[in-house]
Ligand binder design. Structure first.
Ligand code: DCT
Ligand code: MG
Length: 400
């Protein structure tokens, strides 16, 4: 690959790699062949990443290792494996030999050793060891409960719990309201939400909102907007072009869903946005929009059509589904939509790219140009990509 770059034969490389871009996103960005110095970018926002992951055997391995480091709160190697996995996800060809890795960024010796072992054996002993580790197994199980984060998982792990049942039946544990519902509907919430279930919820909520505010903009976002067939929750963004009109929507929608007896649990977080503050430097910073984490009842069309039914769900005709609502003001809607469409890796890389390559700060509220000391307005996601000097990525190309 190095030879190719020097000799100016980028065509061969382009035929293998999905999106060939220059490291420095300058004038010839739109025409990668204009320069001999081309490579797959280290930033996910400069790669097109479709949903189909033909290198899943490697990316799954990297993601398990990343998750294990996350459980150990060891951020550096966690990010390293997440980024390496993301690079492989953007490839349009399956890795068949070690030579296929030539020229790819972010794949250090550690990653290459793992890929080599998988190419030879079809599995990697290091990954298997992690998966069989007590700490990993417990953290994986505990954090799968709605409302349980790393701190709680750590506490329960140290207390020696091994199963959900042990925790559920322990009267001494103080659970938050969220966790109580998380345990109560563990099986429903843990079984994936299908695209048709997500659409059914979205369409119902949209009808409710449009009766309240006919010009409200209601968008299904998160993984389903990226084309995923299933997800762990349903993410819905709501706004209104009439200034401040969005502010009443959430509370009114919640009371209607309550009256319709569709609301199992909700937790409203009011907006804490401060327009004097610059976007956060942290690529994982949470946003300050008004939002609501809920569990809704999804009516089943026909009884007994659910794939996995427990004894409880056999007698009820609904499924508990996690639904999040986010309510940005219209002026921040494009930024909120970009942020909530994900993937998380794409978001992290957009922010890292803005910061390191453009001297700008990006978050779910806006984009600040540090050289010009101005916030950049955007009404569409295309506007934001343009501000950043990036080629536009469709939502389904953001599965980084
Ligand atoms: N997000 C965010 N701030 C949060 C939570 C999420 O900016 N507090 C962003 C990151 C990705 C996107 O919103 C959706 O989040 P998830 O629902 O966790 O991810 P997903 O891609 O929709 O995956 P899943 O299909 O598992 O729901
Ligand atoms: Mg989601």
């Amino acid at each position: 690959f190095t030879e190719c770059m020097g000799a100016g034969h980028p065509v061969e490389i382009q035929s293998r790699h999905h999106l060939v871009v220059q490291q420095d996103c300058s004038a010839s960005f739109n025409n990668p062949l204009a320069s001999s110095w081309v490579q797959v970018s280290q930033y996910a926002c400069q790669r097109r990443t479709p949903l189909q992951d033909i290198n899943g055997i490697f990316t799954d391995a990297f993601e398990i290792l990343a998750e294990n480091y996350e459980f150990l709160e060891n951020k550096g190697p966690c990010r390293g494996f997440q980024r390496a996995s993301s690079v492989l996800k953007s490839l349009q060809f399956p890795i068949a030999t070690m030579n296929d890795l030539d020229g790819l960024p972010l794949l250090g010796n550690e990653m290459r050793t793992i890929i080599e072992e998988i190419l030879e054996d079809g599995k990697c002993s290091r990954v298997l060891d992690v998966m069989n580790g007590e700490r990993y197994k417990s953290f994986k199980l505990f954090t799968s409960v709605f409302g349980v984060g790393l701190k709680t998982a750590e506490k329960w792990y140290r207390m020696g719990f091994k199963t959900i049942e042990e925790i559920k039946s322990n009267p001494d544990l103080k659970l938050t309201k969220m966790q109580k519902y998380g345990f109560q509907y563990y099986e429903d919430i843990g079984s994936f939400v299908s695209k048709s279930e997500a659409l059914a919820i979205y369409e119902h909520v949209r009808e409710v909102i449009w009766k309240l505010v006919p010009d409200a903009v209601v968008t299904l976002t998160g993984g389903f907007r990226r084309g995923k067939e299933k997800g762990h929750d349903v993410d819905i963004i709501i706004t209104c072009p009439r200034e401040d009109k969005e502010k009443s929507i959430l509370h009114n929608t919640i009371s209607i869903l309550k009256n319709q007896e569709l609301l199992i649990f909700y937790d409203i977080i009011e907006s804490t946005f401060d327009n004097k503050k610059l976007p956060s430097k942290c690529v994982d910073a949470l946003d300050h929009f008004q939002k609501c984490f809920t569990i809704l009842k999804l009516q089943k069309k026909k009884e007994g059509t659910m794939e996995s039914m427990n004894s409880d769900s056999k007698i009820r005709n609904w499924k508990a589904v996690r639904v999040d609502f986010v309510i940005p003001p219209y002026k921040q809607y494009a930024y909120a939509l970009l942020g909530w469409t994900g993937s998380r890796q794409l978001e992290r890389d957009l922010r890292r790219y803005a910061n390191h390559e453009k001297n700008m700060m990006l978050d779910n509220h806006g984009l600040y140009d540090k050289s010009k000391n101005v916030f950049l307005e955007a009404y569409t996601e295309q506007d934001i990509f343009k501000h950043l000097g990036l080629e536009y990525l469709e939502p389904w190309e953001r599965n980084a």
